[in-house]
Design a protein around this ligand. Structure first.
Ligand code: 5GP
Ligand code: MG
Ligand code: MG
Length: 183
């Protein structure tokens, strides 16, 4: 879905497809410089990270394994509940594996820090985080995020995998919603 198919639901486009793809190419290069000699396992968090993972892993100049987790964090609203529950666990045993979590966005960081602690308890050889987007609020939590695509302003964004009430994930760009959508 393109921005022009959004009617008046879209308030502002923050990142175009070109912005996103360009930055993911850079991140992939950076990551590969660190992982080319390791057997990396990319871990995506469903459903938000589907687009980031698809484009990021194709931008890597070598083969990488991928696995998925699903957790509940947000309900249908726009605020993090802080309650995390595993809905779908990894298929892979990550003991002694080099794991790179590929995320769409870090907002409060609550979800990711919970996932990080959970995965660390399984004894990976290493565990790093790559996120396309990071909000200023993420600074409040102590998560060491090695790879960050864009620092964005404090606003609820949709598109490129990110939803509002399960909608707008298939929007090509990343943008903010008009106030009338929420009411
Ligand atoms: P956190 O726990 O860091 O606050 O957020 C966890 C999850 O909430 C993210 O992985 C993402 O799925 C969702 N989320 C956080 N901020 C936004 C946002 O601005 N837009 C959308 N659509 N989802 C968000
Ligand atoms: Mg996510
Ligand atoms: Mg969501």
């Amino acid at each position: 879905m393109d921005a022009e198919h959004m009617g008046d639901d879209l308030a502002e486009v923050l990142l175009t497809e070109e912005d996103i793809h360009g930055r993911l190419e850079e991140l992939a290069e950076e990551v590969w410089a660190d992982y080319h000699d390791k057997d990396v396992l990319l871990v995506g968090v469903l459903k938000g990270a589907i687009m980031v993972m698809a484009d990021f892993m194709r931008a890597l100049p070598g083969s990488a394994e991928v696995d998925w987790m699903a957790v509940s964090s947000y309900g249908s609203g726009t605020k993090s509940s802080g309650v995390v529950r595993i809905l779908k666990d990894l298929d892979t045993d990550i003991t002694d594996r080099h794991v790179l979590i590929v995320e769409d966005i870090i907002d409060s960081g609550l979800t990711l820090s919970w996932i990080r602690t959970n995965l660390l308890s399984r004894g990976p050889a290493s565990l790093e985080i790559c996120t396309l987007l990071r909000k200023p609020t993420a600074a409040k939590v102590e998560i060491d995020t090695r790879y960050v695509g864009f620092d964005i302003p404090e606003a609820f964004v949709v598109g490129y995998g990110l939803d509002y009430d399960e909608k707008y994930r298939n929007l090509r760009v990343i943008g903010t919603l008009a106030p009338h959508v929420y009411s």
